[in-house]
Design a protein around this ligand. Structure first.
Ligand code: ADP
Length: 249
């Protein structure tokens, strides 16, 4: 079976010359939940933007990124975007319709569904994101945690087989974080989660990849990686004391 995500020798340089990714390779099997760790500026967001063809600006056919076996090329980028649901780091970059229901309906509306099917998808996605009954609410009046969940609902409404999240719990209070983790646990899609929230990684992920300066510096079972204090400190990661003796897997 093809891996859900396969990245081979991926490099990327921004216009100003910043080398954000240097020869990144890894793959994610269908059904896995993988944490993407690394200090600020290590290339996590840049990498995620490559997974549904937002980057590079000019898609080529070199096959550095393959989704379910298919290279991300101009010809199949639309298909890839249906398969890979990307939840941005900042909800305000993602939400742009006046009401929650309209926002969540935006994705499914691009999918040649009937209006009844779109409505059913919206209801289902709102429920999955813990926002049942929030459809009529104004997106700009939602709390931060609710905005994050509205973004998740918008992505789930497209029924992607791969879910990619960029720091989904940053800026959430402890309860918001707990609620968001519980929602993620219910979602069966393949997941890749860029995060500084090591508690989330321990609770949800079986495997983690550590990026530093645009390069993969570690890839392995979460417990092994997080127990490697030398590795963690070398790459600006610190395992919270509370997790030191916690081995859920
Ligand atoms: P992370 O998500 O791990 O914090 P990023 O992918 O955001 O890392 O950034 C990787 C590198 O690319 C950093 O050096 C960052 O400053 C740089 N970078 C990010 N976005 C841009 C951009 N739009 N233009 C130029 N450099 C950028």
């Amino acid at each position: 079976m093809n891996p859900a995500i396969q990245v081979t020798h991926l490099s990327y340089r921004y216009h100003d010359g910043t080398e954000a990714l240097r020869g990144v390779s890894f793959s994610v099997t269908t059904g896995e939940c993988v944490g993407l760790l690394g200090p600020n500026g290590s290339g996590k967001s840049t990498l995620l933007l490559h997974l549904n063809g937002i980057l590079p600006e000019k898609l080529d056919a070199d096959g550095a990124v393959r989704i379910l076996g298919q290279p991300v090329t101009p010809d199949n980028v639309e298909t890839v975007r249906r398969q890979v649901g990307l939840v941005f780091q900042d909800p305000d970059d993602q939400l742009f319709c006046p009401s929650v229901a309209e926002d969540v309906a935006f994705g499914p509306r691009q999918l040649e569904l009937t209006e009844a099917e779109v409505k059913a998808r919206v209801e289902k996605a709102l429920a999955q994101a813990g926002l049942a009954g929030f459809g009529h609410r104004a997106t700009h009046h939602l709390s931060h945690g609710e905005k994050r969940r509205a973004c998740l609902a918008g992505v789930l409404a497209c029924e992607p087989s791969i879910l990619v999240l960029d720091e989904p719990t940053s800026d959430l209070d402890p309860r918001g974080r707990r609620e968001f983790k519980a929602l993620l646990r219910q979602i069966t899609a393949t997941k890749l989660i860029a995060t500084h929230d090591l508690e989330l990684v321990v609770e949800l992920c079986t495997r983690a990849i550590v990026l530093d300066r645009g390069t993969v510096v570690a890839d392995g079972p979460v417990t092994e990686l997080l127990d490697n204090e030398e590795l963690m400190l070398a790459h600006g990661l610190e395992r919270p004391h509370i997790l030191r003796h916690h081995h859920p897997h």
